[in-house]
Structure formats: C-alpha cells, structure tokens
Ligand binder design. Structure first.
Ligand code: NAD
Length: 368
C-alpha cells in the first residue's frame, strides 16, 4: 500500500486557499477552529505558500508554514509535489504552466483561466510534461445539483424538456479583482462556469444553440450577471441565470418533464428537500376553472390531488473529499481524473460563445 504524503504549495493565499487548507488539514472545509488538530486525512500536507501580499506571507509564517519569497523559490523546492493555484483568474495560466514545467502536478481553481487559447496552452503543458492538471469544479459535489442529476437520470419527471438553473444574490460583485476585466472578473467566469459545468454533467447530448445577454446593473466593466438560453440537439432547452442585484431570488432549480416538475429553492437545498409534483392519471380532467373579476381560465387551473402527487426528494450530498482522493489516484495512475480537460474546455467554449452572442445580439450555433 502506498502511504506517500504529497506535499503541496499554495499560490495565492486568500479566501479560497483557506478553504482548501481547512479541507486538507482537517478533512472539513467548514472547520473554522484555528486550533483544530492537523491530521492531513487526505494524504496531502501543505508545506508552504506564495502570495504577492506580504501580510499573507506573515500569516503563513505564523501558522508554521513555509512562506516562499518568490514563486521561483516554491518551484525550486524538490519536496513540493502539487501546486494549488488560488490566485485571481488572470494569473492561473502562468502559475499552472510553470508548475507543470517545473515537474509539479497542478490543481487549479475555477474558472481554469480566461480564454480557450490559454486553456489549450495549459492542457498542452500537461501533455508535454506528463504531469497532472486538474481544475477544482467543486460544485459537482453540491447536493442540489446531484439531486437534479439523479432525478434526470432516473426519469422520474418523464422526458425532461426544460432545465432552469439560477443563482441569485443582491450584493453586486465583491469590490475586489472580481469587478475588473484585466483580472478575469465578472459573473460569467465566476459563477457561470459552475452552472454551465453542472448542466453539461446532467445533459448527455450535443449543444445546438446559445443565446445570452449580459447584465451591468452595478458594474460597467464586467458582467454582474447574465441570462443564457442553451438548446440541445435532443430538443431540451436550458435557461441559465446568474444575478447579483436580485433582492428576491427565484428557485435555484426548476426542471420540467412530460410527467412532472421539480423545484429546489436554495443553493444546497437550504435545509429543505426538493419538491416534486408528478402526474398520476392523464385520463381524468380535474380542471376547476379559475374565475376572476376580469375573466375565466381552465387552461391555467392548478391540478388537484385527483391527477397528481406532490412529494419531496431528499437532497443527496456528494463527498467533496473525493476531489482530492481522485487527484492523488490520478497522479498514481489508478484512476482517470473526474474533472477532465476536455470537459473544462467545452465549458470555456460555451462561455466564449455566450459572450459572442451577447455582443452580436444573435443566437449562435455551437460547434462541438
Ligand atoms: P482572494 O482575493 O481572496 O485571494 C487571492 C489571493 O491571490 C490574494 O491573497 C492575492 O494577494 C493573491 N495573488 C494575486 N496575484 C498573485 C500572484 N501573481 N501570485 C501570487 N499570489 C497572488 O480570491 P479568492 O476568493 O480566494 O479567489 C481565488 C481563486 O479561487 C479565484 O480563481 C476564484 O475564482 C476561485 N474561487 C473558487 C471558489 C470555488 O468554490 N471553487 C470559491 C471562491 C473562489
């Protein structure tokens, strides 16, 4: 049995790097107790960090980590096996390529980078060096997503013809690099990358068309939200929305099939199960017209219990520790990586097509 403990260096020691640190050191990314015992249960030990901000280096020093004076110094450390890149998005490309070329494996935060040309250079570097390059698409382990994916695969809604996936906030873009174009800011790259990746993990079909509009409610430089319609060759259509100026949010998921519908209100389920309503009898007409002062409708009358059943589906969480278990297994040649470079490239190309659609105001045929 191989009990090697892999040594990791982290580049960019901000918010997300600390999330990785807690997960790697304690097995629980929500572990906020600074005195929590470091047991490195994932088989990885964080050796040191590099950050351009002196305060981050001092913090790492105080924590007993190595604070490298330069990225070159980290690259030159023979003990480092894996480099985690958790910098702003525009920096990912160079960090990853230089890490791979220095003989390290690279784990890169999402969005992998800011263009498909840059991503291709990263994939080429991984192929050239034979070193592993994995992107942290962690929202593949989210409970709301996995619940929708299971419902889709099990066919409990019949033929699904529409998937709506939204993530709404009301705080605008954080006032940091996320608001700047040169750093790869904007909500398409920040959140779009997650919800597009999730959608493509659910729908196993070729994309037909993409239409998108970008929002600029609080930020002119980068999109602070977007709305996008994707159609697939099998006829399914998807509405994807990210917004940061919505004081009332719409459901996280709304999925429509020929036999029923599913709704999940909050990210992660928000402590609630998924709501599902399914048809039980297509032969009976249970419509009691809705009569208002101004009119009457039978078409839009809600169904009763006579022909439908309403149920809940428990939210099924994934185990995010699988991400790093898979990174190690990939390095050791025992598994193929869960987040594959071609999947990441497809998502990047979808985002680029969405930007182009928004710029031209046109529906664009997607080339698979
Ligand atoms: P942050 O601003 O909190 O931290 C970034 C750090 O990188 C800062 O400490 C900054 O000083 C440092 N830095 C900047 N340029 C650098 C350089 N050239 N070399 C070394 N260090 C540099 O940002 P964050 O929220 O931690 O985001 C970092 C990355 O993580 C982004 O790519 C972001 O999209 C991603 N992220 C992912 C998730 C997720 O759920 N997967 C969540 C949040 C952020």
């Amino acid at each position: 049995m191989n009990n090697k403990i892999y040594k990791m260096g982290i580049v960019g020691y901000g918010g997300m790097a600390h999330w990785h640190k807690r997960l790697i050191q304690t097995g629980n990314a929500n572990q906020k107790n600074a005195a929590a015992e470091i047991t490195n249960p994932l088989g990885i030990e964080i050796k040191g960090i590099f950050d351009i901000d002196r305060k981050r280096l001092d913090e790492a020093n105080a924590e007993g980590l190595v604070a490298y004076d330069s990225f070159e110094a980290m690259l030159a450390d023979d003990q480092i096996d894996i480099i985690l890149c958790a910098t702003p998005n525009d920096v990912h490309r160079d960090v990853v390529i230089r890490a791979l070329e220095a003989g390290k494996h690279a784990v890169c935060e999402k969005p992998v980078t800011i263009s498909s040309v840059d991503l291709q250079a990263m994939i080429d570097a991984s192929k050239r060096t034979g070193n592993v390059f994995v992107v942290h698409q962690n929202r593949r382990w989210d409970g709301d997503f996995l619940t929708v994916k299971n419902a889709y695969n099990e066919g409990i809604l019949g033929d699904v013809f529409e998937i709506q996936s939204r993530i709404h906030g009301s705080r605008g873009i954080p006032g940091d690099w996320r608001g700047k174009k040169e750093n790869g800011g904007g909500m398409m790259l920040d959140w779009g990358v997650h919800i597009i990746d999730q959608l493509l993990m659910i729908v196993d079909d070729e994309i037909d068309t993409i239409y998108a509009t970008m929002q600029h409610v609080t930020n002119d430089e980068v999109d602070d939200g977007f709305r996008m319609i994707m159609t697939f060759k099998n006829g399914l259509s998807a509405l994807l929305e990210v917004a940061t100026a919505n004081f009332i949010d719409l459901p996280r998921w709304y999925v429509l099939g020929t036999e029923g519908a599913l709704r999940i209100d909050k990210l992660g389920g928000g402590g609630k199960d998924a709501d599902v309503t399914r048809i039980t009898d297509k032969t009976k007409n249970d419509a009691t017209p809705i009569v208002t002062a101004a009119g009457l409708t039978k078409t839009m009358a809600p169904r009763t219990r006579e022909t439908t059943v309403s149920e809940t589906l428990p939210i099924k969480w994934g185990n995010i520790k699988e991400f790093y278990a898979n990174v190690i297994a990939t390095i050791e040649g025992k598994e193929t990586q869960i987040v594959k470079p071609d999947q990441v490239m497809r998502v990047m190309r979808v985002m680029e097509t969405a930007f182009k659609s928004a710029e031209l105001g046109e529906i664009i045929k997607f080339e698979e």
